[in-house]
Design a protein. Sequence first.
Length: 263
Amino acid sequence: MGEIVFFDVETTVPTVTGQRFWVVEFGAIVVCPRKLVEIESYCTLIRPNDISAVGAKRFSGITREAVAEAPRFEEVADKIFGVLNGRVWAGHNIQRFDCHRIKEAFADIGRPAPEPIGVIDSLSVLGQGFGRRAGDLKMATLASYFGLGRQKHRSLDDVRMNLEVLKHCATVLFLESSLPNILSNNRNLGNMSMITRSRANEKSCREEASKKSPPVNFGTTRAVPYQRNRLGKVVERAREALRGSQGARPINSILRHSRSLLR
């Protein structure tokens, strides 16, 4: 399997009909598919052709002043092409949005766009496998669900958060597939209160104990291995054993005669 590149683009937001998206930031991390560790990263702000499309107020953590001094897309196109081309593309909702923005940006400068050898869109993957147990499937919602902090809407931060969300989701699905009878029952709890850790442990311990041994009815269990009315006979036999020990230590004699004592 080829290397995976998680990438994200931040863009302007069209405010009128017919206005297009302009890429204002590109960020990517290259990940080893066998270890899911980051190999390299790249991020850059990009000055759009229409600088007025960038709002004066902050959007996605990026201001008009910040991108005004950034390189134009044609100045960073070679680097972006090298990061993306011939790798597996991964990201959140990239099939509907980010991939199209990349193609548009390369078309603007008259160059062929990079091509992936495969695409992993975490939005569709999690929609099929993880469902809506965390609410909607927005990156900010998933990050909050797993306690990964708030989404910053900056390209490099978002792709790293995307990778961590996938790791957490994959771990949950792996555990559920390994213990389907125990964990899968909790998949559709939605917004119900979660079982506390201590209660969950107590429940699992009871289930495990029921598998190992049949339930014991303490009301009918005999506390001693002989009938109560035979206690006198046992004591008498013990005395006989001690008298017949012939010098041996009393405890050894009792042990040798223990079977006969309890019959």
